[in-house]
Design a protein around this ligand. Sequence first.
Ligand code: 5RP
Length: 229
Amino acid sequence: MLSQGSLWKVMDQNKKKLNVAAAAMDHIHNDCILGMGTGSTVNFLIDLIPDIKNKISAVASSSLETEKRLKSHGFTVSSLRELGNLDLYIDGADEATDNLNLIKGGGGALTREKILAAASSKFICIIDDTKLVPFLGKFPLPIEVIPMARSFVSREMIKLKGQPVWRENFLTDNGNDIIDVHNLKITDPLELEATINQITGVVSVGIFAKRSADILLIANNDGIEAINS
Ligand code: 5RP
């Protein structure tokens, strides 16, 4: 059971997640073709958008979990193939820096999230202030890998001075494995993203630097702070 202190922390963080999700609603314009991310912060947003359903002309999802939640609110979920480019993609993150680089994939949806972010004219990332960091890497870096390449990619990550841990009993929506890499010093996110993406067997890495966020909305005790690219 959670201690009283931990319970307050979770409640405080959930309040911030709800506030930042509400702030993101202002960015959803009329006739918006929307991409929706994955995770508990985005879940708050999904529960709010039925109020502005008339503004959303179509919505694409980054995961089966998000798709299910959207459908439970009466949305029809379209595939990216049908929609072409998206106007706006909104998603959470596990870590973010003030220059809008991100670590994502705590929920294992990083590859589809990356695809939707890449296909969107605008990417808004919504976080609470516990996730704002000076440097990426304290949060273990998720990498989606083809299952047969798991050990090979893990050995390659050890060469890069990381400590890979296989996310056991978990398969991505694409049927692949996740390796979480601990203790990486990510001084150049763009370079490390490219390096890891080039390792054979890697489907995608959870660094979002090549396609970073355009706007970072951060919920803190005083309200919402916005950082633009
Ligand atoms: C899922 C993600 C999420 O955006 C990330 O894990 C943040 O989740 P939450 O809003 O629950 O803290 O990348 O793959």
